[in-house]
Ligand binder design. Structure first.
Ligand code: MIC
Ligand code: SF4
Length: 642
């Protein structure tokens, strides 16, 4: 039996476990990346491991999320990351160099290799045939130290692409179509592999748009073959030597198969407040809009920017619309300036922002009250934009640019033939904003600088023998990490200050939660299905831990979040019968007798409800995960191993 692309990479990196779907496997990780909003924690954890130098082939720290610097906090964190990386053998991508995934794709990603990043959109690298996975900061720290990365052996979903994209239909429309088919839960436990004739018609940045937003499917990763198109991209980046061909075997076996005909795709939009709430743009046309934001790690490549510039050239942004454009990297920004397209964007009235995440993570550019915002980003979760009642639609750069001119939702295909856009075959390469680490000899002299905003990381406790506590919060399906631990310009500066962050925990759903949890000394959270979808932020586990949360019971969990819960000693349990969700209410006192014993060896724990009814909870954990939970989290567990 042959192998798929992801299976080939897994096989080459398998450290332990069997390649049987659903079983835990351990992988060797070749490269890591961090960004600044999760990086501080990751490096604090790396330092706690007392390892002098990273053991990966390449590790890079990017500064791209917290670039507003409204106070000293972010700048202090940046300085910490700059000095700690210099000391320990990690490259440092300075603020201004661009968004981690875009820069990594351009300068470092390699077909056939493994990458984990403390950011959920790390699968962007799948556009070049690399197996990229999002992970919590602690998992990245362990991988930097040469440790194994554990995942559940994924099933493989085959996504066959046929045909060729019509004019004014982009890669974003492809992934929105896939989201429409599979939903935000459809990729859980799977790698989505793109194959077929249609693949050859897509450039690497287009492929990367698709693999990037595979994160919104809940997928472990998404990947494209490495072919002549990949080779041409690497050549344009001056890295032809990094090319290796990678194709699935002809007799590869897939767990599910779908086909998307590129030729018949229409411009699509993900409507509020979920990336899978997809409609055709034509069904929304005429709706008045207030804001357009173009950029983010999903759609900020040279192709995206040139497409937008060609549409805006000689036009003026509608008076009722505010348009922001953030190029994805310094490379893209420089090339836009060199070819003159930047002048077309400025002349049309676009507000050019620095190459960073910016509005995508609510760092400024919040829409007006109840404003309609069209964004080329990947997430439109409730309140993520910074305006609680904003209506955020995710669209392609083509739809965004055309609508910015008309002031209403506009289907770009109604304009007929699209302008021709030529992406240069050689890119402008200048890595002067990527600092190399100190040499082994000089590393000892590097002083790590720590600002006052960096507070200690909370550490978990071993679980109680019997658990008796309150359901401190009951929430519904598809709770995102933006609900659990919101981001945005007010909160992001405190990513290395858990006590301060805790004041905002779950406030999107329930303003009283932080106070209540503190008063009650913590308790248990009850969630619906796909609990913890979205970001890799381990703060969504660390902060509840700080507030005393001991366990989360849900109908099902998202992959990265469940790993983060375990890493910090919060016990994830699923309802054996999802209908039992109705039997438990917020504020109920519950009991789980034999809690610690169940974690140690049982697959089931029994919860006694307020009225004395028994509810069965599943603990589907590997032996390693059980040991971590019994130790009260991975930091304690690692100490015990020494
Ligand atoms: C996001 O897009 O939600 C983020 C901000 O990039 C997060 C990381 C974080 O919360 O710092 C992610 O995707 O993992
Ligand atoms: Fe940054 Fe947005 Fe990409 Fe997250 S999704 S890495 S916030 S650009």
């Amino acid at each position: 039996m042959g192998y798929t692309i992801a299976q080939k990479i897994i096989k080459n990196h398998l450290v332990c476990g069997e390649m049987v779907v659903g079983k835990e496997i351990g992988l060797k990780i070749d490269q890591t990346l961090t960004q600044d909003a999760t990086g501080t924690m990751a490096y604090l954890q790396f330092e706690a491991m007392n390892i002098d130098r990273v053991k990966t082939e390449l590790s890079v720290a990017y500064i791209d999320h917290n670039t507003l610097q409204a106070g000293f906090e972010n700048a202090d964190d940046h300085r910490y990351i700059q000095t700690v990386t210099k000391k320990h053998g990690i490259r440092f991508s300075r603020p201004g160099n661009g968004i981690c995934h875009q820069v990594h794709l351009e300068r470092f990603s390699k077909p056939g290799k493994t990458l984990i990043g403390s950011d959920s959109h790390t699968p962007t690298a799948g556009g070049i045939g690399m197996l990229g996975m999002g992970a919590g900061g602690l998992d990245v720290a362990v991988a930097m130290g040469g440790g194994t990365y554990y995942i559940t052996m994924p099933k493989i979903i085959k996504m066959e692409l046929t045909g060729k994209l019509p004019d004014y239909v982009g890669a974003k429309d492809v992934i929105l179509e896939v989201l429409r088919i599979l939903s935000v839960k459809g990729g859980v436990g799977a790698v989505v592999e793109y194959v077929g004739e249609g693949v050859k018609t897509l450039s690497v940045p287009q492929r990367a748009t698709i693999t990037n937003m595979g994160a919104e499917l809940g997928a472990t990763s998404s990947i494209f073959p490495s072919d002549s198109v990949t080779k041409a991209f690497l050549k344009a980046e001056g890295r032809e030597e990094d090319f290796v061909e990678l194709q699935p075997d002809a007799d590869a076996v897939y767990d599910a198969e779908y086909t998307v005909d590129l030729s018949s795709l229409k411009p699509l939009a993900a409507c509020p407040h979920s990336p899978d709430n997809v409609k055709e743009v034509s069904a929304l046309s005429g709706m008045k809009i207030n804001q357009v934001c173009i950029g983010s790690c999903t759609n900020s490549s040279m192709l995206d920017m040139l497409t937008v510039a060609a549409i805006l050239k000689g036009k003026t942004v509608h008076p009722d619309v505010s348009l922001s454009i953030s190029p994805g990297s310094k490379q893209v920004y420089t090339m836009l300036a060199e070819c003159g397209a930047l002048a077309d964007l400025i002349a049309a009235g676009a507000r050019i922002l620095e190459c960073a995440c910016g509005p995508c993570i609510g760092m400024g550019f919040s829409p007006q009250s109840a404003g309609v915002s069209l964004r080329t980003f990947n997430r439109n979760f409730l309140a993520r934009s910074g305006t609680a009642d904003a209506q955020v639609y995710l669209v392609s750069p083509e739809t965004a640019a055309v609508s910015a001119i008309t002031g209403v939702f506009t289907d770009p295909t109604t304009l007929g033939v699209a302008p021709k856009v030529e992406v240069p075959s050689v890119f402008t390469i200048n890595d002067n904003l990527i600092e190399l680490p100190a040499s082994v000899e000089d590393a000892a002299n590097v002083v790590v600088e720590r600002g006052p905003n960096i507070k200690p990381i909370p550490v978990g406790k071993a679980p109680e023998k019997d658990l008796a506590c309150e359901i401190v919060l009951k929430v519904g399906d598809d709770i995102t990490t933006d609900h659990i631990m919101p981001a945005g310009s007010k909160i992001l500066p405190y990513r290395s200050n858990v006590p301060k962050l805790s004041e905002y925990c779950f406030t999107v759903c329930d303003k009283e939660f932080p106070e209540r949890a503190k008063k009650k000394g913590g308790g248990v959270i009850l969630g619906g299905s796909n609990y913890g979808q979205g970001s890799s932020r381990e703060h969504a586990a660390l902060v509840p831990l700080y507030l005393g949360v001991k366990a989360v019971i849900a109908k099902s969990f998202a992959r990265i979040h469940v790993a983060n819960l375990i890493n910090f000693g919060i016990v994830p349990m699923t309802l054996e019968n999802p209908e039992d969700y109705e039997k438990i209410a917020q504020g109920d006192e519950i009991r789980i007798d034999g809690f610690a014993e169940a974690i140690a060896g049982e697959n089931v724990a029994v919860l006694t409800t307020k009225s004395g009814e028994k509810v069965r909870l599943n603990l589907s954990l590997s032996a390693r995960q059980r040991e971590i939970l019994l130790a009260g989290g991975r930091l304690n567990y690692t100490k015990l191993q020494k």
